[in-house]
Design a binder for this molecule. Sequence first.
Ligand code: ARG
Ligand code: ZN
Length: 853
Amino acid sequence: TVTRREEYRAPDWMVPEITLDFDLGAEATRVRATLTVERNGPHDRPLRLDGEGLAPERVLIDGEASDAWRMDGGTLEIALAGERHEIGTEVVIAPERNTQLMGLYASGGILCTQCEAEGFRRITFFPDRPDVLSRYRVTMTADKARYPVLLANGDPVASGDAEDGRHWAKWHDPFPKPSYLFALVAGDLAANRDTFTTRSGRTVDLAIWVRERDLPRTDHALRALKTAMTWDEQTYGREYDLDVFNIVAVDDFNFGAMENKGLNIFNSRYILADPDTATDHDYDGIAGVVAHEYFHNWSGNRVTCRDWFQLSLKEGFTVFRDQSFSADQGSHAVKRIEDVRTLRAAQFPEDAGPLAHPVRPDSYQEISNFYTATIYNKGAELIRMMATILGEEKFRRATDLYFDRFDGTAATCEDFVTCMEEAGEVDLIPFRRWYSQAGTPRVTATVRHEPGSARALVKLSQRVPPTPGQPAKQPMVLPLRLKLFGAETGQELAPEELVLLSDEHAEIAFEGVTERPVLSINRGFSAPVIVETNRTAADLAFLSAHDDDPFARYEAMQQLMLDTLVAGVTHGRADHADVVEAVRHTLADETLDPAFIAEAVLLPSESFVGDQMEVVDPDTIHRARETLRRDLGRMLEGEWRRAYERSRANRFEYSPAAKGARRLKSVALGYIDASGAPDAASLAFVQFEHADNMTDRQGALTTLAGGTSKEWVAALDIFYNRYSDNALVLDKWFSTQALSSRDDAAEQVEELARHRDFTLANPNRARALIGAFSVNQRAFHHPSGRGYRFLADQLIALDKLNPQTAAKLLPPLGRWRRFDQKRARMMREQLQRILATPGLSKDMFEQASKSLE
Ligand code: ARG
Ligand code: ZN
């Protein structure tokens, strides 16, 4: 069954109050709910309460046991005569047997919940939709020894002991909220505590709850939380609104984390860190996700979504907010490069494939399938474009207006854009197409110089490709920051301009251009588009050395590398000299931040090269890229060794400068290895053995993973034994092998799936092996088709346990159109095999059937 945006109707019944009583146990939990329901407008429709896998043991209407109800599928339907009633229900659920990790479930002995998007209906009967906002009162009773800590949303009200070694706690959340924000946790947990005083003087008790032995690894997350709270006050004027803020980390979680009001629940990988077990990337991820969930308190909770088609209203905006936060903690340029890399790796392929959908979709079968890079990351780019168009000051006025006007309500993307228009005094009517049209726009930009009249003409044109269900598109509004440089003098010929390209074609004239101009365009990646230009290798090399926008500099280098790689793939060989010289120049530039250098000199991934090709040939791409890597390694071996030495040693510190040094060190080590230097493996092994932090250790391991050296075998073993009791680090052990560029990587992965530490029951472990493998382009697309078969086998097995996590891992199989006939046929066969599986979930059905279309 398909849900359509156009068919939205306001709820028939509102639920201003709900009281929940949980008698908690892992095997059985009894849930008694009392809902105050109010008829919403004149109608004679019954009350319909969603339920999934629930059987009502009792139904009470206004306090009396009643049988004026019936089950319609999973839905509990109750005929009501009056305007306002009190409805009681009682059900028993089994958290321990909940392998889907939606609703109430057990993770390592902790009872916890995940309700977004539609998990609350697996806990109790309720109108489980985001536009029904209620005040929650919750009572929890549980065995005191097994579950000494009892947490729920809002503020704690009272607690005490009960009979038979049990105890209880009552919580009250004063803010009306949709059911997807409900949460509770019961477990044997210890807290890392602190306080935060808000700008207006409220003292908030902060706590991060984990198992006792994990406490030493929670300081970074707690620090990040406080930094995020201050940042949101300063940047958006948003303050926290309860007396407590609790975060709980659990090991089994379907995604990163969840913004439940006052009680965020996290995948432990986004909380736990210390230098010995977490990389810089992990540290950054933790700060980013902690901030993201905290920021949701305003963009998501205080103002929530009217329906799930509006998901990007909270997710796109909140991703934009967490990106800006992270940028402010370090280098804006490096953060922008990382975000664009993520967009290109995850969202562009989605937009170009069978699962493409607009940022505000028109229909879905299973909403869980729409927690995508398009909703999150492209959604964030839409907010960024509006911020660019409005400018900083007006953008802040617009967000103030939005928070003020829609506080306590369930809003739409349209509401947000209207605030941008009003406060920004701009017309965003054509801009709205970004919400409704899928596909990545392609921009062609050419410069023509007329030396006689000292004019330069920049010609722009755009095309939005067709996507499923959208064969023809209208032009988009593209904010393009651009600038011209003089090829001889290196001087800027005119100040930067912000061009709003809103038609299919446009032409911009620059006067007084007396030397040949070089075009710098989409600076800062001001629009999420693909740009094609008539710039030569020399132009790109020039920009990579002289552009004053760091992102544009990075981009010029990437384009130069990409052009070279594509030439290598199509012609069997390519001239590497321009890339080598550009990299040499960048490495030698002492004014540059090492973190930036590390990003700039890294070659585009094999998949990104594949994305440029009509038909992807994974083996040829791999060879072309390895050849370029080897040449860069050899021709610049001295430079790499100097960069490596410069960034070496120094005791571990988590600061932008220290991170940058570590990043450049790993990149340099990779190139030394690529050069074929005989001492590379031992250099990596020494780094592996002596590292005082996981970034260096993992960096060395990744370098070794490309080969078959005895050092690789030894390091893998040492790593496993050292960390065998740390699940998050073991995940790295699995994913490093799954990402290896060795020829036998596909076989290795099959073997790893039989390893005693591999399990599909834990989403992190499943993603570490299966998810990592399927982005290893050459291994996954092994000519035998074994990669496809392996993925399908795993997905079929995982779907029986956890359909949401399984369905998320399916998209790589859907890219068959881009491969040669033989591979395409084998990929389709696996999709068909998945579809033919009896009892397939609707999550998988939607993904697999759309992928075949
Ligand atoms: N709202 C959460 C976050 O982005 C993620 C929830 C994901 N839910 C899902 N059904 N996939 O912070
Ligand atoms: Zn979010």
